[in-house]
Design a protein around this ligand. Structure first.
Ligand code: KIV
Length: 270
């Protein structure tokens, strides 16, 4: 095993110009594969609402569900940095609520860092958590918890005003103490400008190649069906066809059971 990735190591990777790799995981076996393969950041994303639970949005995901999945994933992760999403309404209500929720993610879910969406009202929450010793990752651009306000999952920061606001929010989050920032669904040029204006690493998803790292949802990478997959975004690259392979294996199993081939002598106790 390569040495454990901790928050300061991400800044070292950024300084070396080595792109940071990140993927999502919600279960033990996926997390073990990602960690053994050498992914730097393993995110227990609240995308588990749409991807794992088959819901239409991430809004209904609860703090208890995040803790449950984080604890499972933490049992598999030895090397990667374990970041856990703060679900909708666990931090928007007050900085105190945010601190209590983040504390639970760390104490009960074994999170090594937490992630929240947006700036503005989140800034005080970020400061309180950072003061308490909890590393916080920001998330700007297409922020799925604001799906209704955005009018759907749309590319953000296209107009001049929106781009300037995003730039300002990124600076404000950095000043508030986030150690890294996810930039989702924004034009490449804006991601490049923001990344070069910040001293913390940016992690892009649908934000082009000029971020300091990249993140994707594992199921998208593997080609597994998800609720969102019907409208697979342009930025997703599928690196395998696990749905096809699983379908083949399950069909073969059905065929062998039905035809009496399985279980054969090799899989039977005398
Ligand atoms: O919830 C999630 O999985 C995320 C990433 C896609 C950035 O926030």
């Amino acid at each position: 095993m390569q040495s454990k990735i901790r928050v300061p190591d991400l800044q070292a990777l950024q300084a070396e110009g080595m792109p940071i790799t990140a993927l999502t995981a919600y279960d033990y076996s996926s997390a073990r594969i990602l960690d053994n393969a050498g992914v730097d950041i393993i995110l227990v994303g609240d995308s588990l609402g749409t991807v794992f639970q088959g819901q239409e949005t991430t809004l209904a995901v609860t703090l208890d569900e995040m803790i449950y999945h984080a604890r499972i994933v933490s049992r598999a992760v030895r090397r990667g940095l374990l970041v856990v999403d703060m679900p909708f309404m666990s931090y928007q209500t007050s900085a105190r609520d945010a601190l209590v929720a983040a504390g639970r993610l760390v104490k009960e879910g074994n999170a090594e860092a937490v992630k929240l969406e947006g700036a503005g009202y989140s800034l005080e929450a970020v400061r309180r958590m950072v003061d308490a010793g909890i590393p916080v990752m920001g998330h700007l651009g297409l922020t799925p918890q604001s799906v209704h306000a955005m009018g759907g999952y749309r590319v953000q920061g296209r107009g001049k005003k929106d781009a300037e606001q995003l730039h300002e929010d990124a600076k404000a989050l950095e000043e508030a103490g986030v150690f890294s920032l996810v930039l989702e669904g924004i034009p490449e040029g804006l991601a490049e400008t923001v990344s070069s204006a910040l001293s913390i690493p940016t992690i892009g998803i649908g934000a082009g190649k000029h971020c300091n790292g990249q993140i994707l949802v594992l199921q998208d990478v593997l080609g597994l069906p998800t609720r969102e997959a019907q409208v697979s975004p342009k930025f997703v690259k599928q690196f395998a066809d696990i749905e096809g392979e699983m379908t083949r294996a399950v069909s073969e199993y059905i065929e062998e059971v039905q035809s009496g081939i399985f279980p054969g002598k090799d899989h039977t106790y005398e």
